[in-house]
Design a protein around this ligand. Structure first.
Ligand SMILES: Nc1ncnc2c1ncn2[C@@H]1O[C@H](COP(=O)(O)OP(=O)(O)OP(=O)(O)O)[C@@H](O)[C@H]1O
Ligand SMILES: [Mg+2]
Length: 403
């Protein structure tokens, strides 16, 4: 407020200075004094009224009225100066009347011009207000337009950008909510199935309804259920830690050929049971990768488990690896049924199961590939499904130990 008053005072002094110079040229020192006596009170009054309007002392007002007030102050000053000037000094009545006539004409034209100018601004402000109210009611497609001035069009652009951001944030939140709901449904299902079985088996054993041989079979099934539950819980725990970035493992130079050989040896019984041949094609002098051996083995196990599971008898599973520039590319390829294109984007999501596995009637939770992806990404690599004429090819990269 004080700064604004000081500004108005400075403008008054500057205006008086300029008009005094003009008066000196026109009529000498006396004219300057008379002019100052007329102009100063008029100018002070006009500035005080403008100051009051700007500070809201006259109450809330429309833009239209503000434009009108500005115009009225400008013309009112001219008129007042002219009338007083005619009365006290230099202007003849005839000249004053003629000038007032001109002034009235100019005032009407200027009023219309101000009305035209303010109507564009008011229309744009209404557009912005209506657009924002539509957004508040939940319409995320609403967009605002303003073209009467650069400032208002900048305001409209900023408002549209904000609505766009809001829309995409809501979409992301909805997708995350949806994914969370699906995960909860999948976890509940995968926990409920073995738990229901455990409950029924315990009940049967408790009621002494079964003979010794059946009881032994029941206990074995209970063991399998407990194993399923503990694998699921371990996987969930591992995935949530990886997701939270909570991994404190160390990395070292890993010779791929040895690690793959060990993993294949441990998976061979499962492959043999399905009559699937399991092999590797890795050059013995392949450069070492930088990785945590246990975690890398976990990735390979998950991929081999999937490959063996989805490959029919007499099929084959092959692990290969090659180094390119500063990364190592490892592939697990099988001759199984493959993964449909519509599932290919989603199989790395937690709990997503493709094809006939989607019914969740078979063993597995859909966490294997999600865990593999989290481990690979934590190593700074990436994992994807490569093009395959038949079967499935999962590829992932790791940094080279020398890189
Ligand atoms: N080699 C493959 N061939 C065909 N389908 C596959 C293959 N690997 C994965 N899939 C599909 O991708 C889905 C997700 O695999 P993922 O390993 O994450 O889960 P899962 O094997 O079903 O369960 P889990 O690994 O938790 O025991 C599988 O359900 C399966 O439908
Ligand atoms: Mg799996």
């Amino acid at each position: 407020m004080r700064r604004s008053l000081v500004g108005s005072g400075l403008v008054l002094i500057a205006a008086l200075g300029i008009s005094s110079v003009v008066m000196v040229i026109a009529g000498g020192g006396h004219a300057v004094v008379v002019t100052a006596e007329i102009l100063v009170p008029i100018g002070v009054l006009a500035l005080l009224v403008a100051q009051a309007a700007a500070s809201g002392w006259l109450g809330p007002t429309t833009l239209h009225r503000r434009f009108g007030l500005g115009l009225g102050l400008a013309l009112g000053q001219l008129l007042a100066a002219l009338v007083i000037g005619a009365a006290v000094m230099f202007v003849s009545d005839h000249d004053a009347l003629a000038t007032i006539g001109l002034l009235v004409f100019a005032a009407l034209i200027a009023a219309r011009a101000a009305q035209l100018l303010s109507s564009g601004v008011e229309r744009d402000i209404r557009n912005v207000r209506d657009g924002l109210q539509a957004v508040q009611r939940g319409d995320r497609q609403a967009r605002v337009t303003a073209s009467s001035s650069t400032e208002l069009s900048d305001l409209a652009t900023a408002a549209n950008r904000m609505i766009g951001t809001l829309q995409s944030e809501e979409r992301q939140r909805d997708a995350a909510d949806n994914a969370r709901r699906q995960v909860i449904a999948a976890v509940s299902h995968d926990l409920r199935t073995p738990l229901t079985s455990l409950r029924l088996l315990t009940q049967a054993l408790d009621d002494d309804l079964v003979d010794a041989a059946t009881a032994r079979r029941y206990v074995q099934t209970m063991g399998t259920n407990v194993q399923t539950l503990s694998v699921l819980i371990d996987d969930l725990f591992e995935l949530s830690r990886l997701d939270a970035g909570d991994f404190a493992w160390s990395t070292e130079a890993v010779a791929l050929s040895e690690l793959v050989r060990d993993t294949i040896t441990s998976m061979s019984p499962a492959a043999d049971a399905k009559c699937v041949s399991l092999g590797a094609s890795i050059a013995p002098d392949l450069a070492p990768a930088r990785a945590n051996p246990d975690k890398l083995q976990r990735v390979l196990c998950n991929l081999l488990q999937n490959a063996i599971h989805h490959t029919p008898a007499d099929g084959s599973v092959l692990v290969s690896a090659q180094a390119a520039e500063d990364t190592m590319e490892i592939e697990v390829a099988d001759t199984g049924a493959g993964i449909d294109a519509q599932d290919a984007q989603r199989v790395f999501e937690p709990f997503y199961r493709a094809g006939s596995d989607a019914s969740r009637s078979e063993a597995g939770s859909g966490l294997g590939l999600a865990i593999a992806r989290a481990i690979v990404e934590a190593h700074g690599g990436r994992i994807w499904l490569a093009e395959a004429p038949h079967g499935t090819r999962v590829r992932f990269t790791l940094p080279l130990a020398t890189g």
